[in-house]
Ligand binder design. Structure first.
Ligand code: SF4
Length: 364
C-alpha cells in the first residue's frame, strides 16, 4: 500500500507509525495556495474550509502515487462524519481509485476501529503492531512536550528566529528515531537544543499567556492559520493550543478505563455552556476557555473555519463566557482568503488591550 494522510500539525508522527508497519508512506506537501486552490475547485461550495484544504491535500497525495488514505472520523451533527465518504467520491470522480480508511473513536465504535486496524496491520504480527503503536504513542507524548515548550520560550528568544529553527531541528531528531534507544537519544538531543538557546528572563508580571481554542484542524495546522502561534510569539506572547495530537489520541483512542484524558476534564468545564454534543470540538472550545482562565492565561484566541456550524454556535456564547470569567476573547474566521493584514491588525490590537489590562492591574 502507498499510504498518505491529511497534513495536520506534526506530521512526523503519522509517517512514523505507517513506516514502522512497513508501508510506503507518501507525505503530502505542507498545504499551500496550490493545495487550497485545488481543494476549493473540487469541493462542494458550502463545505467547511478544512474539508477543502484536506481535499486539496489528498489530490496532491494521489498525484504523488498514494493509493490509500488514512484519516480520522467524526460524529454528531457535524459534517466531519461525512468527510471520508465525500472525499472518496470526489477522488473517484477525478479518476483516483483511492481507498480511504477512517479511524474513528475507539470508545464509540470498537468493531469498526478494529476492522480498520486490521487493514493497516496487514501481514504484521500483533506483537509488531503493538510495538509500533506503543513506540508512536511514546513519541507523540514526547514531541508534544517540546511543542509546548517551544511556544512558551519563543517570546523570549534573544536571536530572532532561533526558537523556530530549534523546533525544526527537534522534529528532525524525532523523524530519525525508529527504536526505543533512538527515541531516548532524540529526547536527549532535543533537550540539549532547547538548553543551548539564548532566552531572556522577564518579570512574571510581564508575561502574557494566550490560549488558542477552536476547531481542531485550523488550530493545529499552522499553514492555514497564518502561523498564529509564531505571530503571537513574535508579539511577546506565550502560547498554548487547545488541541494536541497526544491529547486527541488519549481522548479518542485510549480506552477510558486505561487513562483519563485531560480533554474529559475540559469538556466538563464547558458543560454549563453547551450541554449536548453539537459536533466538532464545540464543547472542547468552551471548556478550553474556562480551563485556560483557571490556569491563569490572560486571553484567548478562538479560531473558527468558515462555514463551521459548531464553532458558529460557540461564537454566539463567547461574549457570555468572556464576561463571566473576565477574560478577553478574540474570534477569527479562517477561510481561503489568505490576506493576513486584517487579522494581523486585529491580533495586534487584542494583545495591546491585554497588555494594558495587565499594566492597569499591577499599577492600581
Ligand atoms: S467541526 Fe466545523 S470545520 Fe470541522 S468538520 Fe465540523 S463543520 Fe466542518
Amino acid at each position: 500500500m502507498k499510504i498518505s494522510f491529511p497534513y495536520m500539525g506534526t506530521v512526523v508522527i503519522y509517517k512514523k507509525l505507517l513506516e514502522l508497519l512497513g508501508h510506503e508512506v507518501i507525505v503530502p506537501p505542507r498545504p499551500s495556495q496550490k493545495t487550497i486552490d485545488l481543494g476549493v475547485k473540487h469541493s462542494p461550495e458550502f463545505a467547511c474550509f478544512p474539508f477543502k484544504v484536506i481535499m486539496g491535500s489528498y489530490i496532491e497525495a494521489c498525484e504523488m502515487g498514494a493509493d490509500t488514505i488514512v484519516t480520522s472520523g467524526g460524529h454528531g451533527p457535524c459534517r466531519a462524519g461525512f468527510y471520508g465518504e465525500i472525499h472518496k467520491r470526489v477522488l473517484k470522480n477525478l479518476g483516483y481509485d483511492t481507498e480511504v480508511i477512517i479511524i474513528d473513536s475507539f470508545n464509540r465504535n470498537r468493531k469498526k476501529v478494529m476492522e480498520n486496524i486490521m487493514k493497516l496491520k496487514g501481514n504484521n504480527s500483533w506483537l509488531k503492531l503493538s510495538k509500533a503503536v506503543k513506540f508512536t504513542y511514546d513519541m507523540i507524548q514526547e514531541i508534544d512536550k517540546f511543542d509546548k515548550k517551544i511556544r512558551e520560550i519563543k517570546p523570549y528568544e534573544v536571536k530572532p528566529g532561533s526558537v523556530d529553527r530549534a523546533w525544526e531541528k527537534i522534529q528532525k531528531e524525532f523523524d530519525n528515531a525508529y527504536s526505543k534507544r533512538e527515541l531516548k537519544k532524540a529526547v536527549k538531543r532535543s533537550n540539549e537544543i532547547i538548553n543551548s538557546l539564548e532566552i531572556s528572563r522577564i518579570d512574571e508580571r510581564d508575561r502574557i499567556r494566550i490560549g488558542i481554542v477552536g476547531e481542531i484542524y485550523v488550530v493545529m495546522e499552522s499553514s492555514i492559520n497564518m502561523e498564529i502561534e509564531k505571530v503571537l510569539g513574535e508579539l511577546g506572547c506565550e502560547v498554548e493550543r487547545g488541541h494536541y495530537l497526544s491529547e486527541w489520541v488519549d481522548f479518542n483512542l485510549v480506552p477510558s478505563f486505561l487513562k483519563k484524558s485531560h480533554e474529559e476534564e475540559i469538556i466538563k468545564k464547558g458543560e454549563k455552556y453547551i450541554e449536548i454534543i453539537i459536533g466538532g470540538h464545540a464543547k472542547q472550545t468552551v471548556g478550553g476557555i474556562v480551563d485556560f482562565k483557571d490556569r491563569g492565561f490572560d486571553g484567548i484566541i478562538h479560531l473558527m473555519p468558515f462555514a463551521c456550524l459548531p464553532e458558529l454556535v460557540t461564537q454566539s456564547i463567547i461574549p457570555k463566557i468572556s464576561k463571566e470569567h473576565d477574560i478577553p476573547i478574540l474570534s477569527l474566521s479562517i477561510d481561503e482568503q489568505t490576506g493576513k493584514a486584517n487579522n494581523l491588525t486585529r491580533i495586534e490590537a487584542f494583545i495591546d488591550l491585554i497588555r494594558n489590562k495587565k499594566l492597569n492591574k499591577y499599577s492600581a
